[in-house]
Design a protein around this ligand. Structure first.
Ligand SMILES: Cc1cc2nc3c(=O)[nH]c(=O)nc-3n(C[C@H](O)[C@H](O)[C@H](O)COP(=O)(O)OP(=O)(O)OC[C@H]3O[C@@H](n4cnc5c(N)ncnc54)[C@H](O)[C@@H]3O)c2cc1C
Length: 512
């Protein structure tokens, strides 16, 4: 206890949620909507919400928000619909004009809804929804310590005073503060050394009002502003995400070596961005509102869920990988579903120790599978040819394997979860083979000069493998899913064969 502070009365709850950010508020609301007899407390230090990264949702998170939380009308009313991911490619000198750059991205709004979120606005609205659902949200209170036990004892501090909370379940949602992970010493390192710097801008040039009818017509006048726009380079990428009300979030994620000294200052950040002609032109009239950064993005955890001790970690409080495909809110969705299921079962008298272990192994597998999308892949990002194949592959496997299962609630089916864990080695090996293929393509084509060969003048709507999309979420058989997986793998092997052709010819010559 801090000197001079006093402990006020203990209060007892079924579930103490530490941290009232995205994960914490959504979990509190979900728990109350699932069982309205549960007492749920959320402890959050801040009185006001502030801007954060984590603005772009992809399909699993959107399905969670729409289906599980019933927020479709809210999201279209208070946030922005997203028009998919869009990628632009540049010359080695980074001097291409925007209209010359090759582009990968859709020419129509997507089949599955996704959204761009202003996190400050969203979390402020979520706080109201959390309370309306009957959870207690205490602002201005910071968790100081956790003593795991039966019940757990959490010490919180506010206005110079300490207070104890006793809880049957503790769920850590404190983001990168990782209060429970630090208490249990459960953090792990992840072999993926990326850093990021980002900020908000007002008055950025409007991509949807460009004076070039051919360029806008190329995507059938669909909105590029509403996409997550990526400017891609070997080793890093720059994002543009709209937040509404004239504000655009802009950030850089990349290998640590690409960041010059001072990149996290306003001047350093602007200087770095202005090295890229197209980005510079978009930011010419813009005003930078703030700058933030992290020097190491990825980290892991030894454990997500502990059913025996009734402890869990969700969102950044557990682990984080890489924002390239915005998986942060997808992980929160799957984890909140699992934690809600465990707490629901426990409240009904079920022993959830073993089941939580299965869910935990499943979550670790998902984490390892997702890492393979990013690990050793950064050098590949700046090539239109390689990214056209990687995007096809990543999107198709995401829809076929992960989104389809999520929409069918397979992640909550213990038999499915156990079967997935049993197939872990096979699944990870298959995904790692494609990771290695894209990595090798980048190394070869950077060395032989083919890397940038189509970075100007090309357009690809990214729909080569869209033939099965309408099946996703319709309750397909496992057999059909496997057939689609085999077709995706075959298509991508064909689409990437060109990069290895020179090698094969070389080998054939040697043999002759
Ligand atoms: C560069 C970058 C870009 C990203 N882009 C995306 C994206 O486009 N899409 C996406 O889905 N994800 C993205 N993410 C990930 C996303 O930001 C996170 O997954 C998400 O914000 C995590 O939410 P959270 O609720 O776990 O944590 P937070 O939103 O950080 O919430 C944690 C809460 O805990 C509170 N807290 C902290 N300490 C304590 C304490 N001691 N006691 C009590 N409460 C405490 C904090 O005040 C805060 O409210 C990105 C991440 C990075 C680094």
């Amino acid at each position: 206890m801090a000197p001079g502070s006093t402990v006020r009365a203990v209060n007892k709850v079924d579930v103490a949620i530490l941290g009232g950010g995205l994960a914490g508020n959504l979990l509190a609301r979900q728990l109350r909507r699932t069982r309205d007899d549960l007492s749920v407390l959320v402890v959050e230090p801040s009185h006001e919400t502030s801007w954060k990264v984590g603005e772009s949702t992809v399909e699993i998170a959107s399905d969670y928000l729409v289906r599980r939380h019933g927020l479709s009308a809210y999201l279209y009313d208070r946030q922005l619909p997203k028009n998919g991911l869009r990628f632009f490619f540049d010359t080695p000198d980074k001097d291409a004009d925007l209209f010359e750059m090759s582009e990968l991205g859709s020419d129509h709004l997507p089949l599955f809804p996704t959204f761009q979120l202003d996190r400050a606005r969203f979390e402020a609205d979520l706080r109201v929804m959390t309370r309306a659902a009957g959870a207690e949200l205490r602002e201005g209170e910071t968790v100081r310590s956790i003593e795991p036990g039966t019940p757990h004892r959490v010490t919180v501090r506010s206005d110079g005073q300490e207070r104890a909370v006793e809880a049957r379940w503790v769920v850590d949602c404190t983001g990168r503060a990782r209060v429970l992970s630090r208490t249990l010493d459960s953090g792990t390192e992840v072999d993926h050394g990326m850093a990021a710097v980002w900020g908000r801008f007002s008055n950025v040039v409007d991509l949807d009002a460009m004076p070039n009818a051919a360029w806008r017509g190329r995507v059938r006048w669909t909105s590029r502003v509403l996409s997550t726009n990526h400017f891609c380079y070997p080793g890093y990428w720059i994002w543009f995400i709209p937040l509404g009300e004239g504000v655009i979030s802009v950030g850089v994620v990349g290998e640590k070596a690409i960041f010059p000294r001072g990149a996290r200052t306003p001047e350093g950040f602007l200087a770095f961005l202005r090295e890229h002609a197209a980005v510079k032109a978009l930011l010419e009239p813009a005003e930078l509102l703030d700058v933030h950064g992290f020097s190491q993005l990825a980290y892991g955890t030894k454990q997500f869920f502990d059913g025996e001790r009734r402890l869990a970690m969700v969102g950044d409080a557990a682990a984080f990988l890489d924002p390239f495909y915005s998986p942060g809110s997808d992980f929160i969705s799957v984890q909140n579903d699992i934690v809600t299921d465990l707490i629901r079962r426990d409240a009904a008298g079920e022993d959830v120790g073993a089941l939580a272990g299965d869910f935990d192994r499943f979550m670790q597998m998902r984490f390892e599978a997702t890492l393979l999308l990013y690990q050793q892949q950064y050098k590949a990002l700046g090539s239109f040819d390689i990214m056209s194949a990687k995007w096809n592959y990543d999107l198709a496997t995401y829809y076929n394997l992960w989104l389809d299962d999520y929409m069918g609630d397979k992640h909550l089916d213990p038999r499915h979860v156990r079967a997935q864990v049993r197939r872990k080695k096979f699944i990870l090996e298959a995904l790692a083979a494609f990771r290695d293929r894209f990595r090798d393509m980048a190394a070869r084509t950077l060395a032989d000069g083919r890397y940038h060969r189509h970075n100007l003048g090309m357009y690809n709507p990214g729909t080569n493998l869209d033939w099965f999309w309408r099946e996703v979420g319709t309750g397909r058989t496992r057999r059909r899913q496997n057939e689609v997986t085999a077709s995706i793998f075959e298509a991508i092997e064909q689409q990437t064969a060109w990069a290895f052709e020179a090698d094969r010819r070389g080998t054939a010559r040697k043999q002759a």
